[in-house]
Design a protein around this ligand. Sequence first.
Ligand code: SF4
Length: 373
Amino acid sequence: MNENDTHPSNVIRHLYVHFPFCARICPYCAFYKTRGNATEVARFCEAIVSEARRVAKKFPLTVETIFCGGGTPTALSTVQLKNLLERFREIFDLSALREWSIEANPGSVSVKKAVTLRESGINRISLGVQTWDNQLLKLLGREHDAAQAEESFHIFRSAGFSNISVDLMFALPGQRERQWRDSLQKTIALQPEHISTYCLTYEEDTEFLARFQQGEFAVNDETETRFLELAMTTLETAGYEQYEISNYARRGFRSEHNRAYWRGADYIGIGPSAFSTRGLERWQNVANHNEYARRLFANKSPVASIEKLTPAMKRTEHIALGLRTREGIGVHTIGQNQAERLISDGLLSRQANRFALTRAGKLLADSVAEELL
Ligand code: SF4
């Protein structure tokens, strides 16, 4: 951990790249995404290279981790991806690069694309499987089925990727415990290095939220807790370490990029809707790919909003994010009385100079964080 990289005068080591295009829009998704046409995708590719040049000039960047997310980065063609990644290699100082992840949608993976990504320097794949159940995949509006997801996994392995994360979701509408257990077991059988498990949330401006509000879907805290516990038990038994509430890894395969977020490190985000944080300043690019390109082609900044963070806001984020991690938070971050109460309730434990959630605490992480904030 490098505590110093939160200081504004320091070098920024983490880069996020947002690809806004998806072949199909999933009804639960709240990220900025769109189904662009060929002209829009080509404009975006030019615009993001232009933004990359701007930020490389403006900030002291020595990139150690890059995360290409979206949207669906793999929705771009092999040639577009190859060109973009080459441009990034020219523009940024990647001499210290350790981890370069890309999100891949099983619906847009090919042997050629996988080989190109590997040859371009990507060394970590985050494969959006979500579930291995075809009915649930349909409900989620995913563009792929389970067989395609499995094939994609093998394509990446054969292309030489030795660090693959499989992303799963749980507490899906109508999902039974058996289906969740099967999804976990199927994932383990593939032996990925990393597994992420996210509880479905009903986000603003999504079709799923509307269906939830109409009573078609329901949330059941007990089911969510049971599913989380099942993931913890099943994955830990299979040799995965839960290093953050939603993230499990084999030794040596924790996501360095995500850990940087969780410890509050500075990062730069490029692409439409991308956030950046440096010291006490956080800003967001315009969440519209056409406006984003228009601004950059006019040599203008794509930043749409800037927020000044206070030390109190930083502290809140630090506790909320840090508590979710295996390392926890420093003992001086929270009051002694609060800590003692949570320890006597069996929700928090102390190791040397850190507090971390116990197993029972992880199941109640949101309530514990709320109590401390
Ligand atoms: S593929 Fe991913 S980013 Fe695109 S709509 Fe679905 S969940 Fe959202």
